[in-house]
Write a protein that binds this ligand. Structure first.
Ligand code: TXA
Ligand code: MG
Length: 346
């Protein structure tokens, strides 16, 4: 299959190209779409045949449910059994944006979307081009991240093509995702709202809207089964071995230098501006300012892909504390590193 690339400038949307891409969706095919978080692999969310192609193209386990993407708030009513007025008022404020909510599903939701659960995940992406596209498709779009399962999520059309070229009908290139980590997944069906996957919106941010809010226990305790099935799988892993070290710049520098000397293979470093100058590596990537983790979030996945493209064997990353946005970043990084996360003493 030839994967067609639709390069579309958000500031002057080419309706013709967008229509061609929407015809592929209507035809039951897969088109990768840009969003503010990561690129998604979109299919008609109400067409079981198209939905099965998503699992095949990604090698995704069938028990991992999909998020439905909508373009207008009203579209939620036919997809869910009920949604509280108070929750709707909050969604009006937070959508479009990087928040996915879990609600009881209505009867029209195919089993392929909900993977056997009685709930459905819904989100309205903060990208005009993407909302226009959903509207043109006239159906909610099911879209998991557009990477092969286990690989880092794609934040650029190039990343999507790396994994999906020849496996899907098209990709809409709408430029890089400005957030870079997937949406916060919030379960609104439990006694109090529960964060199942941390993301751009932190618990502290959401507490303003839902003063009673908690984390899925599995996020803090590895022995618990996560309520979001996707959290239990191997994920975000480049080919390179990843090791994460948390501590001061001084301690990180000493560790990086020692590891550099011990390693015979190609060596990659991901560090903060404050850390430099650092041990010479085969690939050095700055993650910006340690006091502002937005750059780290934005480039995390792409950087891991860059490491593979440069045949790096060992990637040493300066990790961060697991609070606020640091929790969302470390949720990904721990998986990339298969748990190899260490604390450095000063
Ligand atoms: O930012 C995002 O959320 C991106 C963009 C493309 O929108 N999408 C994304 O989808 O990250 P995916 O499939 O890679 O991750 C969805 C997560 C998985 O962990 C899945 O298990 C969970 O949401 N999920 C989906 N439906 C659920 C449900 N009904 N109950 C619990 N968890 C659910
Ligand atoms: Mg994913």
């Amino acid at each position: 299959m030839q994967t067609k690339v639709f390069k579309i400038d958000e500031n002057s949307i080419d309706i013709n190209q967008l229509r061609q891409a929407s015809n592929l969706i209507k035809d039951g095919q897969l088109v990768a779409i840009p969003t503010e978080t990561v690129y998604g692999l979109a299919a008609d969310g109400l067409n079981p045949v198209a939905l099965r192609k998503v699992f095949e193209a990604k090698n995704r386990p069938m028990d991992n449910p999909l998020i439905l993407h909508i373009s207008k708030l009203d579209e939620i009513f036919k997809l869910v059994k009920e949604v509280k007025d108070s929750d709707l008022e909050i969604l009006k404020k937070l959508w479009p944006g990087p928040l996915t909510v879990i609600l009881k599903k209505s009867d029209i939701i195919p089993d392929e979307v909900s993977a056997g659960l009685d709930t459905v995940a819904i989100r309205m992406p903060d990208k005009l081009l993407t909302r226009d596209f959903i509207e043109m498709c006239q159906v909610p779009l099911a879209a998991p991240s557009a990477n092969l399962s286990t690989k880092p999520s794609p934040t650029r059309a190039e990343d999507v093509l790396e994994d999906m070229d020849g496996r899907i009908a098209g990709v809409i290139d709408g430029g890089p995702s400005y957030i870079g980590l997937e949406s916060t997944v919030l379960d609104l069906t439990s006694e109090i709202p529960l964060i199942l996957r941390p993301g751009f919106y932190t618990k502290e941010d959401l507490e303003y809207y839902w003063p009673q809010i908690g984390y899925d226990m599995a996020l803090k305790n590895e022995n618990q089964t996560p309520k979001a099935p996707g959290q239990k799988y191997k994920h975000y892993a480049p080919k390179a071995r990843v090791e994460v070290y948390i501590g001061s710049s001084e301690a990180f520098k000493i560790k990086a230098e020692a590891l550099r000397k011990q390693t015979s293979g190609r060596f990659g470093l991901m560090y903060f501006d404050q850390d430099g100058p650092l041990a010479k590596a085969d690939l050095n990537i700055s993650m910006g300012d340690m006091a502002d983790l937005s750059t780290m979030g934005k480039i995390l996945f792409t950087s891991l892909r860059e490491m593979d493209n440069n045949n790096i064997d060992l990637v040493v990353v300066h990790g961060v504390l697991e609070n606020s946005y640091g929790l969302s970043i470390m949720n990904r990084l721990k998986k990339s590193a298969s748990g190899r996360v260490y604390y450095l003493e000063d």
